[in-house]
Structures are given as structure tokens and as C-alpha cells.
Design a protein around this ligand. Structure first.
Ligand code: 5RP
Length: 257
């Protein structure tokens, strides 16, 4: 099944397939956004069709909603679902504490609300997303359009006094226009290079008037499943304090090809 996939897609698909095994009939599931989450939606769709997996899903973007619908997965709103058993999503960076940077795809607001309204969050990623310290990936911050320039200036000033290695806030563009989120807001990408204290930064950012939400996920993710191009899987479980590795379960099949 991993034939003809690029190494990156093979890794993402492997992580997503393992995460899909945590999903059982009767569950209410949050579905993330991005290229890795798209593999999850594909694998869950296959289970819905082949096994009759009976789930209700809350997507975190219009993109994911459209894909889930096309895969035959029943979708609903978070208001109707009220609370979720599990959310599975990608990430732009994660560290050993499973603190995350999210929002590269611009869906951080719904992603954070959905993940926080879930009993558990599993992140799926390829090996490139693991970092010793968050911050190399520009931190997305969703802001209101009203007074956005003032919000940008306030954030840059505030960053000067914090444990980060950069302070530039760059409005995200979509061609010649500002990028618009599903909620009709915009994104500032913060070029920080190094975030010394993600928890403090997240709290302080959300105090700035005009900031709707930031892409730091601290104490939200429970498990991170990392896929590798050869099919190897690494599962980091923060509650158990464990990192378990499974070598490629299809290695012998590959050799037989
Ligand atoms: C979207 C996100 C994504 O989860 C993140 O950008 C990772 O995406 P990908 O799996 O395509 O690398 O936060 O807002």
C-alpha cells in the first residue's frame, strides 16, 4: 500500500495508520488539518467502508470537512458533539514534552478548540517535526483584522522582553492578499528561532488585544506518533513517560516483492 509514495508521504501514512488503530466504533473523533491529517482521514474512510467503523467526526477546517465527507465519514459540529473521545492532528514542530507549534495550515484556532475539547489528543508526524526546542518554525498567531497593524506592533514590542531569539511578526499572505482563516481572521507568523518558555509565551500572547489564539499547544497533546519512510513507528506517551518503537511491520512483505 505504500508503493509509489514519496519518503515523506510513506512516513506520514505510517503514522496516520497507527493513529487510526486507536479509533473504535462509537467514538467521537476530532479530525485535524494538513497533509498528515489527510492521511488519517483517508485511512479512517477505508475502515468506515471496509469494517463499518461507526464514528462521528468533528473536522477542524472546511478542507478536512470536505475530505471526510467524500470519504463517507459522518461529520458534525463541535456544538452538536459537545465533547470528543479523541482528536488526531498533525503538527509543525513537537518537542520531548509534546509541546507543539501548530497552524502552518492556518487552522490553529479550530484545532486548539477541538483538541482541548477532547479526552485525548494524538499528534501524527514525520521525523522532521521533532525538535529539541520549539521556534525554528514561525509561530502562527491568529489575529482580528481590526487594528491588525497595532496588534502586530504590540506583539513585536512584547517579544523583546521574552525568552525568544527573534521578534519579527510577519502577516501571512495568500498571493497579493492577506491570508484569511476559516473564522475570517488573519495570521501573523512570528519568527522567533528559539522559544525558551512556550507556556509563558502562549499565556502572554493571548493577553494582547486583537490576538484570537496562538499556535502553541502546551499540555494538550498526550501521545505523538512519528512515522519514518521505512514504515518504522515511534510512539511517545507523555503520561507513561515512554517511547516505544515498532520496526516496519511490512519489512518481510517488502523483501518478498
Ligand atoms: C494546520 C496544522 C497542521 O497540523 C500542521 O501545519 C502540519 O501540517 P502537515 O501535516 O501538512 O505538515 O497545524 O493548521
Amino acid at each position: 500500500m505504500t508503493d509509489n509514495l514519496s519518503p515523506a508521504d510513506a512516513a506520514k501514512s505510517a503514522a496516520a495508520l497507527r493513529a487510526a488503530s486507536y479509533v473504535k466504533s462509537g467514538m467521537k473523533i476530532g479530525l485535524g488539518t494538513g497533509s498528515t491529517a489527510a492521511w488519517l482521514v483517508k485511512h479512517l474512510g477505508e475502515r468506515v467502508r471496509s469494517e463499518g467503523l461507526d464514528i462521528i467526526a468533528v473536522p477542524t477546517s472546511t478542507r478536512t470537512a470536505e475530505q471526510a465527507d467524500a470519504e463517507g465519514i459522518t461529520i458534525t459540529s463541535l456544538n452538536d458533539a459537545k465533547w470528543l473521545d479523541l482528536t488526531i492532528d498533525g503538527a509543525d514542530e513537537y518537542d520531548a514534552d509534546l509541546a507543539l507549534i501548530k497552524g502552518g495550515g492556518g487552522a490553529l484556532l479550530q484545532e486548539k478548540i477541538v483538541a482541548t475539547a477532547s479526552d485525548r489528543m494524538i499528534v501524527i508526524a514525520d521525523e522532521t517535526k521533532f525538535v529539541d526546542r520549539l521556534g525554528r518554525f514561525p509561530l502562527p498567531v491568529e489575529v482580528l483584522g481590526f487594528g491588525m497593524t497595532a496588534t502586530q506592533m504590540l506583539i513585536e514590542e512584547m517579544l523583546e522582553g521574552l525568552d525568544v531569539s527573534g521578534s519579527k511578526a510577519v502577516p501571512r499572505m495568500d498571493g497579493d492578499a492577506l491570508f484569511v482563516t476559516d473564522e475570517g481572521n488573519h495570521i501573523l507568523d512570528l519568527h522567533l528561532e528559539r522559544i525558551g518558555n512556550p507556556r509563558q509565551l502562549s499565556l502572554v500572547l493571548n493577553q494582547v488585544p486583537g490576538v484570537v489564539e496562538n499556535g502553541l499547544f502546551v499540555d494538550i497533546c498526550d501521545i505523538c506518533i512519528t512515522g519514518f519512510a521505512n514504515g518504522r513507528i515511534e510512539v511517545r506517551d507523555i503520561a507513561r513517560g515512554s517511547v516505544e518503537t515498532t520496526e516496519n511491520p511490512n519489512a518481510f512483505l517488502d523483501l518478498a516483492d
